[in-house]
Design a protein around this ligand. Structure first.
Ligand code: SF4
Ligand code: SF4
Length: 315
């Protein structure tokens, strides 16, 4: 990180001019790294890289020497979130090569790259290169909710046995760890539903959200909400000033505040009908099966905050 330092005079709280040191962060990475060493793709190297860099991903590989299937998905369940398909588009050759190597070292019988059938541009790009990898099966699926989750995609593809499941974002992270590449940034889908604009940007981890919004979106209303990690399963950010972009943040949505005055249940039963797990979000029946998918809240015509209700039942 490069910082500029200058001496200047500043009027401080005492209301008198004092000499001060101002340290300004230019948010650019100029770290001088030792020469990068690309590691061979072996089980030992994968585990040692993940032990150092990524405990979440490590859980998926830990104590495994064989997978029956490997599923890589370029799907995002959340509306207005495009990170996984974007990563595939940007890194298609590298990702296919790594998937091919994983299939070899983990001796997997079936290897899938899963893309939504509506993503026609990326499908054509995949078809251009996938012939080089005869053991990888390009699989197209309908644009259905929850296919980003392991149990749903396994069910859809009807695979049996021990499955390694990764998103394209996770596969690229693994690639970067193995190649000792910079890992100080992350991808963020930024959507302003008020003006109907979306961007996918790469930001430095631990950047203040307020700095990003100042740079990318002028919000011309006070009547808005900022949602982190998707409209269906995400949550409202209540303090914009202090919110920082950490590893687990992948999307920011800016939306108009709902205009209705008082949320009111009209007993339509839609929230119960739509639940994929058979939970009754109103009574809390079968609450243990709740997937936190957000469908019941999203569909409610009375704008009842069912997410909050579910949280209460889970306590
Ligand atoms: S969907 Fe909303 S309005 Fe309909 S029964 Fe459920 S909570 Fe009530
Ligand atoms: S959030 Fe829970 S209760 Fe609501 S639809 Fe999803 S699984 Fe069912």
């Amino acid at each position: 990180m490069k910082s500029s330092i200058k001496i200047c005079a500043l009027q401080v709280i005492t209301n008198s001019w004092q000499d001060c040191l101002v340290i300004k962060n230019d948010f650019r990475e100029v770290e001088k790294k030792e020469k990068r060493t690309k590691k061979k793709v072996t089980i030992k190297n994968i585990l040692s890289s993940l032990e150092r860099e990524d405990q979440v991903l490590l859980e998926k590989f830990k104590s495994q020497t064989k997978f029956d299937n490997i599923i890589i998905t370029a799907l995002n369940d959340e509306p207005y979130v495009y990170n996984n398909i974007f990563i595939l588009k940007e890194n298609i050759s590298e990702l296919l090569e790594l998937l091919d190597e994983l299939s070899f070292i983990y001796k997997s019988d079936k290897n899938y790259l899963v893309v939504k059938n509506v993503d026609t541009l990326i499908i054509n790009e995949c078809l251009n290169v996938i012939g080089t990898y005869p053991n990888i099966n390009l699989t197209l699926v309908n644009d259905e909710y929850l296919l980003e989750r392991k149990e749903f995609i396994e069910n859809k593809l009807q695979v049996n046995g021990n499955t390694l499941y990764l998103t394209t974002v996770e596969l690229l992270n693994l690639n970067n760890y193995l190649q000792d590449k910079d890992n100080t940034t992350l991808l963020l889908t930024l959507t302003n539903n008020i003006i109907g604009e979306s961007k996918i940007i790469r930001v430095k981890k631990y950047t203040l959200l307020s700095d990003i919004l100042d740079n990318y979106f002028k919000i011309n209303t006070d009547n808005y909400q900022v949602i982190a990690n998707g409209l269906m399963q995400g949550y409202e950010i209540t303090s914009l000033t202090n919110f920082i972009i950490t590893d687990d943040i992948f999307a920011i949505n800016i939306i108009n505040l709902p205009s209705q005055a008082e949320p009111k249940c009209i007993n339509c039963g839609k929230c119960i009908d739509i639940c994929p797990s058979g939970v009754n979000p109103l009574s809390g029946k079968k609450i243990a099966k709740c997937l936190d998918c957000g469908l019941c809240s999203y569909i409610c015509p009375g704008f009842v905050n069912l997410k909050e209700k579910l949280k209460e039942y889970k306590k």
